[in-house]
Design a protein. Structure first.
Length: 478
């Protein structure tokens, strides 16, 4: 069980610093005490093994405490984006059959107003709880539930077992030589697989220290924190590195302990990589993964020759490329990326047909296109699916189109991604309307039904949607 890994670190590093957040510092023991209290609170409200618990908390110690306590009682965790609309929260919690939502006082009323049961997380209990009873659930029991957008327009429920989460932790430990000397900077949201796996779990399941950035991303503050806290690894996203590289500093920051900075969630533009290297003398690595698999490949030793690649597969992970007939492609040729790892899910809950199409005997068919060189370095060259990638957040165009078409006066609509210098891609929607709709009308409507990063930034009113003779939308003309 995942919680047992944390207990190992708690016992081995009792007084060591586990979390730094704002002016708060938690040792492994004080963090464990807060987890113990929440475990007892969960038992008191009737939570049992295999129940589904949602976590509606921003990046903070409470997120860590809520996650660990959920796993300790044998329940399954659904981490939620605190920017979700009421409609999205109701949809995700209903689909996952959530029994209880863990919150702080700030989020408590919002969740209660939706008719959902809540429990407050106490990050600093006054008294130390008695040793709580923990559950010993099988390795194939559900540990983590996330939702991944897909080509069907329906949120895909991704369930990963305790065994799968443990496999990702151990694979990353072996690949990156993670240990108690590491201090990891967390700016990525922990409700996302990147922040959860590559920051939270990578630090605290290896006896390291997790430094959690609070509030909006501030490049000057982040670099200052990296220097002051002696950060060794900084998992980031491209736009963070772009902002850092372009920020002036009165004095050059001391980054001597920083051994690896890497990006994930979106392709790393060459100009960002060059600017970062020129500024700090470090090459940026890239990590490749998904909600379905967790981290799958990483360029842990980036240099001038391999910096455009996402590196090699993690330990105990197999990545191969195939053509449209399912045959392996030669070295240097483009093919679809197939991932085989014990860290991945077995399929999508309630979507049997899509599961059969995506998860086959040879692994997870990502829909991404890649090229692998003779040394085994993988470069992602494109994708077969029409997903939009907004700063690492995957957006299904059909989700946008469904909402836009509900607006009176909309005859047809097509959503797509357009290059954005800061976020990788921005959401664009092309609309055929019969009335006097304005871009403000569309944005206001979408903001009521979609999380912020899904709201279209570019809105184009056109006379007709370009289509092929067979009726296929020709997105290249939009």
């Amino acid at each position: 069980m995942v919680y047992a890994l944390f207990q190992e670190q708690r016992q081995a590093h009792t007084d060591k610093l586990a979390i730094v957040w704002k002016d708060q510092h938690y040792s492994y023991q004080s963090l464990g005490n807060a987890v113990d209290q929440l475990i007892n609170d969960l038992h008191a409200v009737g939570i049992q093994a295999h129940d589904q618990i949602a976590l509606f908390v921003p990046n903070s110690p409470e997120f860590i405490i809520g996650t660990l306590a959920t796993w300790a009682v044998g329940a399954s965790l659904l981490p939620l984006n605190t920017a979700y609309t009421e409609e999205e929260l109701l949809s995700y919690t209903a689909n996952a059959k959530v029994k209880l939502v863990l919150v702080t006082e700030k989020e408590d009323q919002k969740i209660k107003d939706l008719g959902l049961a809540t429990l407050l997380i106490d990050a600093m209990p006054v008294s130390i709880a008695q040793s709580p009873t923990t559950a010993n659930v099988p390795a194939d029991s559900s540990a983590l539930v996330m939702f991944s957008s897909g080509s069907t327009g329906t949120p895909k429920q991704v369930v990963r077992s305790h065994g799968a989460v443990i496999a990702e932790i151990l694979n990353a430990r072996e690949t990156l030589s993670l240990n108690s000397d590491d201090t990891i900077m967390c700016c990525a949201p922990m409700f996302h697989a990147h922040g959860l796996g590559n920051c939270f779990l990578a630090a605290l399941m290896n006896g390291g220290t997790l430094v959690i950035h609070s509030g909006e991303f501030n490049p000057r503050k982040v670099v200052k924190t990296i220097a002051e806290q002696g950060v060794t690894i900084f998992p980031s996203v491209p736009f963070m590195c772009k902002m850092i590289a372009s920020t002036p500093f009165k004095e050059a920051p001391n980054l001597e302990r920083l051994r690896l900075v890497y990006t994930a969630g979106a392709p790393l533009d060459e100009e960002i990589a060059i600017a970062f290297h020129e500024r700090f003398g470090m090459y940026l690595g890239q990590l490749y993964g998904s909600t379905e698999t967790g981290a799958a490949a990483i360029n842990a030793y980036p240099n001038a020759d391999n910096r455009n690649s996402v590196g090699k597969p993690l330990a105990n992970t197999i990545i191969k490329l195939i053509d449209d007939e399912g045959h392996p492609v030669p070295t240097g040729a483009e093919g679809e990326v197939i991932i085989q790892t014990a860290a991945m899910t077995n399929g999508y809950t309630g979507l049997d047909e899509l599961t059969a199409e995506t998860f086959k005997s040879d692994g997870y068919h990502t829909g991404d296109l890649g090229i692998m060189d003779a040394e085994g370095y993988l470069r992602i060259s494109g994708r077969k699916k029409l997903m939009i990638n907004v700063a690492g957040n995957k957006v299904d165009p059909l989700d946008i189109e469904k909402v836009v078409k509900q607006l009176p006066g909309v005859i047809d609509a097509v959503a797509l991604g357009k290059p954005d210098p800061l976020y990788g891609e921005a959401v664009k929607v092309a609309i055929v309307s019969s009335g006097n709709l304005t871009a403000e009308d569309v944005r206001a409507h979408c903001a009521q039904h979609l999380v912020e990063y899904k709201v279209p930034k570019i809105i184009d009113f056109i006379s007709e949607i370009p289509k092929s003779p067979l009726g296929k939308v020709l997105r290249k003309y939009l």
